[in-house]
Design a protein around this ligand. Structure first.
Ligand SMILES: Nc1ncnc2c1ncn2[C@@H]1O[C@H](COP(=O)(O)OP(=O)(O)OP(=O)(O)O)[C@@H](O)[C@H]1O
Ligand SMILES: [Mg+2]
Length: 496
């Protein structure tokens, strides 16, 4: 994109305007009103013949005095990249972001060019200084900044629709990516937040690369899917269920998802929510472009078959206690009264679609304990199993921790990982360098030792379990004989 040079054009325009103004002065002096009006109207039309460009101004403040125009700030962000390569005078501001430390924008009276589908357009920045100087706590608002877009009138249609839509959309997206993201947690019915600065990324996440790419593609499709979701008449949200043993990277994956999409995280502590109404209120308060997380959903009361039983037992205990005359407060259940149906409403109730895209992520160590209604497709659209460390996942960790792409000991690690189960968290712990620079071989040998030990322990455990099983069978057969039951009829071969 070339820098736009308007000097020549302005020179010609200047002389045309000067001549017109001179003639206009004579007309005003000597011609009656009707004729003046007629000449004014047609001279304007005549002038536009010489000036084939259209200009649109986007003011920084429109309507409400202290509210910055959304379009202005989206344009500012959109032009950031072009500005940094084209403009000679820039304004910089610090943004606390891992990926980009500074936000750059055009200084006043700068000009840059942009291209859209082969059409060239020109953006300039400027400011109007108000003449009336009154005392104000906001002195900056006396300077009214604006961006001006100039383009040829033959492109009017496409610029006014497609190009402006593209600028605003892209600007908003970059803004979301660059903003300081937040991690919210609920204290009862109130959200409080801290700055979210987890360094996890999909690049550093150890898992099968094919599965990882599938998740990245799914997230990308979701986050770009506003029009699609509108067209098919579905709320713009998606549910993820992450399940697997402790230390396999479920929480790490949520952080990587948030960093990848540039979303905020709402970490919902379900047991601190009093009831369904409170839960609904919390959801309504979440902003768009966010991930709502409920960790260890199986540990949240009243959601699984198991838990329901416990609650029933608790209720029975309370009734017993009442019979015995014990005060109710002493036995009062401290658990949350959020119910499964409350949670289902939370996930796919009508109001969960209010205002923009949201990801809902549940994590659990025991997927089999969850109520099928909670995790059926449509509610939890994607079920992702995070499991024990495979060789591909190990390779990611070896690179993260030891900068190792390959090594002669890798083959032994591969064999052991196929024969034994170790979580990525444990593999990572064994690969953690103890010296600087890291003793790569030493760390690998350490890991191999740990894997061999785990394998041995697993084999021992299996043997003990088999022995127990055998003893149990033996006991059952003996009891059967004592009771006079025919062992053959009882399913045993009777050889003992
Ligand atoms: N797949 C992985 N890739 C990279 N690091 C991992 C992975 N899994 C675990 N880790 C490391 O192990 C630590 C624990 O992982 P994480 O908290 O994500 O596990 P989790 O599955 O959420 O466990 P839990 O079920 O106990 O909550 C993390 O700090 C991370 O460094
Ligand atoms: Mg976790």
């Amino acid at each position: 994109m070339n820098k736009f040079n308007t000097a020549d054009m302005l020179g010609h325009l200047g002389s045309v305007i000067a001549s017109v103004m001179f003639i206009w002065a004579i007309i005003q002096q000597y011609f009656p009103y009707n004729i003046r009006n007629f000449i004014e109207k047609y001279s304007q039309r005549f002038l536009t013949l010489f000036y084939p460009y259209i200009q649109i101004t986007f003011n920084e403040f429109t309507g409400e005095r202290f509210k910055r125009s959304e379009a202005y700030s989206a344009i500012e962000t959109y032009l950031g990249k072009t500005t940094s390569t084209q403009a000679k005078r820039l304004k910089a501001d610090v943004i606390k972001n891992n990926t980009q430390p500074l936000s750059l924008s055009m200084d006043d009276h700068e000009e840059v060019a942009d291209e859209f589908n082969g059409i060239k357009v020109y953006w300039s920045s400027g400011k109007n200084i108000l003449k009336t100087q009154t005392f104000s706590f906001y002195p900056n608002t006396d300077e009214k900044r604006y961006y001006k877009l100039t383009f040829h009138k033959r492109y009017r249609e496409i610029i006014l629709t497609d190009y402006l839509k593209h600028v605003l959309k892209e600007g908003k997206e970059i803004k979301v990516k660059n903003r300081l993201r937040k991690l919210y947690t609920n204290n009862g019915a109130q959200w409080s937040h801290v700055v979210f600065e987890h360094p996890a990324s999909f690049q550093t996440l150890a898992m099968d690369p094919v599965k990882k790419q599938e998740i990245i593609d799914d997230l990308t499709t979701f986050s770009n899917g506003e029009e699609f979701y509108n067209r098919i008449g579905r709320a713009w949200k998606r549910g993820y269920l992450l399940y697997g043993p402790p230390g396999t990277g479920k929480s790490t994956m949520i952080a990587a998802m948030a960093n990848f999409l540039g979303y905020d995280i709402y970490d919902l502590e379900l047991t601190a929510v009093k009831d369904n109404t409170e839960l609904r209120r919390l959801l309504i308060e979440t902003s768009s472009k966010s991930i709502i997380v409920i960790e260890d959903i199986d540990c949240s009361m009243d959601l699984t078959g198991q838990r329901k039983k416990e609650v029933k037992e608790e209720e029975e205990e309370v009734t017993d206690a009442a019979k015995k005359g014990v005060k109710p407060q002493e036995n009062e259940s401290k658990t949350s009264k959020v119910t499964l149906s409350g949670l289902l409403n939370f996930v796919d109730g009508l109001w969960s679609a209010c205002g923009g895209d949201r990801l809902i992520v549940f994590t659990t160590n025991h997927v089999e304990k969850l109520d099928p209604a909670l995790i059926r497709r449509g509610r939890m659209d994607k079920h992702i199993e995070l499991s024990y460390c495979g060789f591909e996942a190990f390779k990611v960790l070896a690179w993260n921790y030891l900068y190792l792409e390959t090594h002669e000991l890798f083959e032994r690690v591969r064999e052991l990982l196929e024969e034994t189960e170790m979580t990525p968290a444990d593999v990572a712990e064994n690969l953690m360098p103890k010296t600087s620079p890291p003793d790569q071989e030493g760390c690998l040998r350490g890991l191999i030792g740990a894997l061999e030990k785990t394998k041995e322990e697993a084999e021992m455990k299996k043997k003990v379990e088999e022995e127990e099983e055998r003893k149990k069978d033996l006991r059952e057969v003996k009891t059967g004989e004592v009771k006079g039951v025919n062992p053959v009829e009882n399913g045993s071969n009777g050889s003992v």
